[in-house]
Ligand binder design. Structure first.
Ligand code: ADP
Length: 560
């Protein structure tokens, strides 16, 4: 802007200077012209009077004298207007001069004058006529340059002068304009202060100062709002992205970057730099169409639910708000729930089908009398399996729903272990397994029912998966603030590759082998949830063919 201002000032000065010079030259020329015209007229008048008096005295022969008409033209005109003599042309060839203004005047008043352009446009003539006593007239015609000629004469020096002046004024104008603009250029727009000699700018600078204060205040406000917004969004575990309609990110919290698995990302980049999958793209494009859109994304370490909502302004989408949640656990639970339901149905169906089939054969009387007892035994054993299964499902669902009775009583683990082994005595004897409890009496705060179920399932497995003549040992001990229950057996053990999965619902190590050993695949799930209910941990150490040790560690003061 200041460039343009400098140029403007410069051009104005140059124009004014040039116009002034041209005007001055024209005025001076005109004055000189007027002066020279007056001088020429007076010279012609003097000459005419002198020549007239000489002709009066000496007669017309005087006109033949050399040198009288060197600078002027002398014409002698008779009283009838006929030219009697002319210093430049043949008198006979000249037309009658009676109608010439100066001649008419002279004939009337004794003297007359006129001035006119000669045939040559560049020249002007000054005429003066004097009447002689015989009525004839002497006219003297002097030539002087016209205004145009005068101007043309001074044109070259005028142009030279003009050029020199323009050059000087250009230099001066450039300096002057720079000097005028320099203080304006030097204004510190952030802290404008009045400039001496530029009082006209004072209101503008005052306005600028107050605007600056307003802008700074607003910027501070915006900054603090931004910081508050960033603080809030950064503390969110969910991801939040706000993008413009071209899908360039305006704001994006670290949750979004983390959940979408984006490495380096800066605001202003395309949203696709965060995730470029087809599912994500489709979800955003749908939202840009004006409708809320949802999708589930699979990123490296889990599953994300993405909700993209259009931000509408009047009739158009002016941006997108994208919300991202980690739904890995939710999705896993959903899968587990689905698997659990199908497993339960399957596990319930198998014994029921056997019961139905066996009962059907019995009802049709197709079984010999001596086989009825065996068929009845089959039905009882399948029904027992069903009961066990339902009991386990009920126990597990109670733990799952957290609807297990929230007893918080003092439980003495040694006595509880003895009680459990007592309940299992029959099956231990059947299998020829020697069961024993050792260690110390340790009490903790918790649920006697749930702890009983934990111990029962561990001891039941230690008997079921033991070898005939094997051992089962329950040891109760404690370390500061924690009770430890160790259940070890000398049974078949668990192959390494299965250890990570035995706590899953319905997981059985070897289905064909386990089929012979009754079980639901839910026992260790009950153990896991029972221990979790008490904020404890369970570890397993096993070797195929050598036996298994389960170690449960529980806090003595149960946290609610
Ligand atoms: P189940 O009703 O089949 O016993 P669990 O959930 O209690 O179900 O156990 C899951 C699987 O872990 C069992 O099928 C079995 O293969 C294995 N298992 C559990 N305890 C032992 C153990 N003490 N010795 C060997 N295998 C075991």
């Amino acid at each position: 802007m200041t460039e343009a201002l400098t140029k403007k000032i410069f051009l104005s000065i140059i124009t004014i200077c040039s116009l002034s010079v041209v005007a001055a030259i024209i005025i001076v020329t005109a004055i000189l012209y007027v002066a020279s015209a007056e001088l020429a007229a007076s010279e012609v008048r003097t000459d005419a009077k002198l020549i007239a008096s000489a002709v009066e005295q000496s007669g017309g022969s005087y006109l033949e004298t050399d040198g009288i008409a060197d600078d002027v033209r002398v014409t002698w005109i008779g009283s009838d207007g006929q030219v009697l003599f002319d210093s430049e042309e043949e008198a006979a060839e000249l037309e009658n001069h009676a109608d010439r203004k100066e001649i008419l005047e002279a004939m009337k008043t004794g003297e007359g004058s006129s001035s006119r352009y000669s045939t040559t446009i560049m020249h002007k003539t000054a005429n003066h006529a004097v009447r002689l006593s015989d009525g004839s007239v002497i006219r003297v015609l002097g030539v002087h340059t016209s205004l145009t000629a005068q101007l043309l004469k001074v044109l070259t020096p005028m142009l030279l002068t003009l050029a020199v002046l323009v050059l000087f004024s250009a230099l001066a104008a450039s300096k002057v304009s720079r000097n005028i603009v320099k203080p304006i250029n030097g204004i510190d727009l952030a802290h404008p202060s009045n400039i001496k000699g530029y009082e006209e700018l004072a209101p503008l600078l005052d306005k600028l100062r107050s605007q600056n204060i307003k802008v700074t205040r607003q910027m501070d406000e915006i900054q603090s709002r931004r910081e508050r917004f960033a603080l809030m969004t950064e503390s969110m575990t969910e991801g939040l992205i706000i993008a413009d309609p071209k899908l360039n990110v305006l704001t994006c919290n670290s949750g979004a970057r983390r959940l979408l698995g984006a490495g380096s990302f800066t605001e202003g980049q395309s949203i696709y730099a965060l995730n470029n999958s087809d599912v994500f793209r489709r979800c955003l494009i749908n939202a840009l169409g004006g409708r809320r859109s949802e999708c589930i994304l699979r990123t490296g370490d889990g599953q994300r639910e993405v909700i993209a909502s259009p931000a509408n302004s009047i009739d158009m989408v002016c941006g997108l708000v994208v919300f991202i949640m980690d739904v890995t656990e939710k999705q896993e639970l959903e899968t587990m729930r689905r698997e659990f339901t199908s497993n339960v149905s399957h596990e319930l169906k198998t014994p029921l089908t056997t019961i139905y089939g066996t009962a059907d054969i019995l009802a049709n009387g197709m079984v010999k009398q001596e086989d009825v007892a065996q068929f009845g035994g089959n039905i009882r054993s399948e029904a027992e399996r069903l009961i066990n299964l339902i009991n386990d499902i009920v126990a597990l669902s109670k733990l799952d729903e957290d609807s297990a009775p929230r007893e918080n009583e003092s439980v003495e683990l040694y006595a509880l272990a003895e009680e459990v082994l007592d309940r299992l005595k029959l099956s231990a004897d059947e299998k020829g397994v020697t069961a024993s409890v050792s260690g110390e009496r340790v009490s903790l705060m918790g649920s006697r029912t749930i702890l009983g179920e934990v111990m029962y399932n561990l001891c039941d497995n230690a008997i079921k998966y033991n070898v005939s003549g094997g051992k089962l040992e329950v040891k109760i001990s404690h370390i500061p603030q924690r009770a430890i229950i160790t259940v070890s057996d000398t049974g078949m053990g668990i192959p390494k590759e299965h250890i990570g999965r035995i706590f899953e619902r319905f997981y059985r190590v070897d289905k064909s082998r386990s089929r012979k050993i009754k079980g639901t695949g839910l026992g260790l799930s009950i153990v896991k949830h029972g221990v979790m209910y008490h904020n404890g941990t369970v570890r397993v150490d096993s070797e195929a063919g050598r036996g298994t040790v389960f170690a449960v560690e529980l806090p003595i003061e149960k946290k609610q």
